[in-house]
Design a protein around this ligand. Structure first.
Ligand SMILES: Cc1cc2nc3c(=O)[nH]c(=O)nc-3n(C[C@H](O)[C@H](O)[C@H](O)COP(=O)(O)O)c2cc1C
Length: 194
């Protein structure tokens, strides 16, 4: 892949919270996890593991324990017909690291979020979850810390990036989501910092 194509995907990626109901093939799911597997890892300890849930009954059981789109609540809580096709649960295997460096998780999750675009998919990384209930429903052993999950599916919304020094994403009159990002000149310090 040419470098400019990767940059194109980085700028194109937006969090998606409304999906079209369609199954994602296992071969694609495996590629997503494989992209996370290759992410940088502090001391290369590789403590992350991934539990993928695409079984309909389990998806229905997990959904109530996920929180969506706080700034536009409840408009981006997906209704049953727009729910994700699968969840990737990010697990820390405590046996692999005594003091897991959480920066590993950011790197792995971003690999997944970008890889989704190569398959026409979108996703929402969700850290606001009820870990106790998700552990119970999925019978996740104690040796794993449940970090967060990534909800995945075919996008049914196409949010827009806005150059704006703000944190709150918003919906316009057509219910399209706009996501502000601080302008480059506000975050870029060159040789000196004021
Ligand atoms: C660590 C982390 C946790 C997040 N948790 C949630 C969440 O619990 N629920 C949600 O709807 N979005 C969640 N998001 C998505 C953010 O709201 C989203 O990334 C942000 O609004 C910027 O939008 P963008 O991803 O399109 O750039 C999370 C993102 C990150 C990085």
């Amino acid at each position: 892949m040419k470098q400019r194509n990767l940059l194109f995907l980085i700028f194109k990626r937006r969090t998606v919270r409304l999906f079209k109901p369609k199954k994602v093939p296992l071969r694609v799911i495996k590629k997503l996890i494989d992209s996370a597997r290759c992410a940088p890892s502090a001391a290369n300890l590789q403590f992350l593991e991934y539990l993928v849930i695409d079984n309909q009954k389990l998806r229905e059981k997990i959904f109530p324990y996920t929180r969506w789109g706080g700034y536009v609540y409840p408009k981006r809580v997906p209704p049953p017909e727009n729910r994700p096709s699968l969840y990737i649960i990010l697990l820390i295997n405590k046996e692999k690291s005594k003091k897991p460096d959480l920066r590993d998780i950011g790197a792995a999750a971003e690999n997944i979020l970008l890889s989704l675009l190569c398959f026409g998919l979108g996703g929402c990384w969700i850290a606001s979850i009820d870990r106790r209930m998700i552990r119970k429903i999925l019978n996740i052993p104690k040796k794993y810390i449940i970090d967060s999950l990534i909800a995945v599916g075919i996008p049914a919304e196409f949010p827009l990036l806005e150059n704006r020094d703000s944190v709150r994403y918003w919906l316009d009159k057509q219910e399209r989501l706009h996501v502000p990002k601080r302008p480059l000149e506000k975050i870029f310090h060159y040789n000196t910092i004021k």
